[in-house]
Design a protein around this ligand. Structure first.
Ligand code: PA5
Length: 464
């Protein structure tokens, strides 16, 4: 069994110095709370709350998703996913982690190509529509609320696009994933008779990747969704203990919280030394930002909290970001993602060039060179007193990806408790959504429209 590891040596004061690193006294400061949070979570779990924690065990949904995916595979050459934020990032992350990056050029045998349209940039959307044949394309529309402007606009465009070619048969092309009872997309799914899956009540977008939201597209492209859920279930089972040092989610949450509160590290960099895991850094960026970035705490006090997540790719960003991380402001903590076995062994051959600047590379694999550079970066950061930790994937498999997903979801839930905020809402996003409705003339938003238009006068505008 592949098991993730968390190495946090270089977060500690012994490695990076007393003023930058965590001391025993800091761990004592959070230990009691960590245990309490673990017990709270298990109480909530028993009371049927924290619905995302049930997803890895929902075999019925997984089997249903897999069965419908078979029909998609049999009938379509392309799968287009329409959705945004938590309705898309998990799908992209699973695809990037578990399929080769050239997947759409060489799709898995008997599976469709996958296009996740998580933006409404007209060129981005048109590029895909111009090359796909509607008669060979399934469209999966994902929106928990069923009312997200971007997704609804895309749906209408794609419905017309398919209908023009397929006539009444267009219905067979659409698969909806939305609230089980309410919202415009649920109503449309019922009216049109589309095949649909529910986003379980109580599961918000960024916590939904292990529901049909992420699993249906994943199953369509031939990913092992049961393996993903088994990994998630295993991690969930070890994140139930209330001893901080034995529970990786509790420990990671405590360490990151201490980094903010005691060490003033409000910038949290996720630095993936694997292209395959880079999509998961994107996914985590949203999870952390939307869950913890809050104006008010649970008592209604104005707090303006939330670490800023940054994603970066090793070794690529060693030539872009590391200068800043090593010598810039001391406001960052780095989490490396390391992979032991990348599943490819490319060795620099001998005798290609007889030059001492190249000779030393002979016989080393690219994996070895990458790891040497990761360790080098870790060392440089430590030497400069910059804290870091490393999450190691023995291999990138459905199981380890599932483990990682639930680890981070539980850790963020716990961090919400430290910061005393609700990690499951996103009021700051709602304001922008309402403003867009108003500007686009949606009924009931006339007052908001007036408010926005009054504030739109801008006179500092330089022609460049
Ligand atoms: O995590 C979240 O809740 C959000 O990012 C949503 O996923 C995003 O706003 C899209 O919302 P919906 O799924 O309702 O279309």
């Amino acid at each position: 069994m592949d098991i993730l590891r968390l190495d946090y040596n270089y977060l500690m004061a012994e490695a990076v110095g007393d003023d930058q690193g965590i001391r025993e006294i800091d761990l004592d400061f959070v230990r009691k709370r960590a245990g309490r949070f673990a017990r709270d979570i298990s109480r909530q779990r028993k009371a049927g709350e924290l619905a995302f924690l049930r997803l890895p065990y929902d075999r019925a949904v997984q089997d249903q998703v897999a069965a419908v995916a078979q029909t998609v595979k049999a009938r379509f050459r392309n799968l287009v996913v329409l959705g945004i934020g938590g309705s898309a990032l998990g799908t992209s992350a699973l695809q990037q982690a578990l399929h080769p990056w050239v997947y759409n050029v060489y799709p898995q045998k008997g599976c469709p190509r996958l296009f996740v349209l998580d933006n409404i940039d007209p060129r981005f959307v048109a590029d895909v529509m111009e090359v796909l044949d509607p008669s060979e394309t399934a469209v999966c529309v994902v929106s928990k609320s069923g009312s997200t402007t971007e997704t609804l606009a895309q749906y209408m465009i794609f419905k017309r696009w398919v209908e023009e070619v397929e006539g009444r048969a267009f219905k067979e092309h659409f698969f909806f994933i939305t609230d089980p009872e309410k919202g415009p997309l649920r109503e449309i799914a019922e009216k049109e008779g589309y095949v649909s899956f529910p986003v379980p009540p109580g599961v918000g977008g960024r916590f939904s990747v292990l529901s049909a939201v992420g699993l249906f597209p994943a199953a369509c492209v031939g990913l092992d969704i049961h393996g993903i859920c088994e990994g998630a279930a295993r991690m969930d089972s070890i994140c139930r203990v209330d001893s901080m040092e034995e529970n990786p989610a509790l420990l990671y949450a405590a360490l990151m919280y201490l980094m903010v509160i005691r060490k003033k590290k409000n910038i949290h960099v996720l630095l993936s030394y694997s292209n395959r895991l880079y999509g998961l850094t994107d996914w985590y960026r949203q999870l952390l930002a939307e869950s913890l970035g809050k104006r008010f705490d649970l008592d209604g006090k104005e707090v303006h909290v939330g670490p800023t997540p940054i994603k970066a790719l090793g070794v690529t960003d060693q030539h872009s970001q590391i200068q800043l991380y090593v010598e810039g402001p001391k406001d960052k903590v780095i989490t490396f993602l390391k992979v032991e076995d990348h599943g490819a062994n490319l060795v620099v051959p001998e005798g290609v060039e007889d030059h001492q600047a190249l000779k030393f590379l002979e016989g080393h694999s690219l994996g070895e060179i990458m790891e040497a550079e990761r360790v080098g970066t870790e060392f440089a950061l430590k030497k400069a007193g910059r804290p870091s930790c490393t999450i190691t994937f023995p291999r990138v498999t459905p199981f380890t990806v599932g483990e990682y997903i639930i680890l981070k979801q539980i850790a963020v839930t716990v961090m919400g408790r430290y910061f005393k905020v609700n990690p499951f809402d996103q009021p700051g996003v709602e304001e922008g959504k309402a403003a867009a409705f108003a500007l686009l003339g949606r009924e009931g938003y006339e007052e908001k429209r007036r408010e926005i238009l009054e504030g739109l006068e801008k006179d500092l505008d330089l022609r460049i």
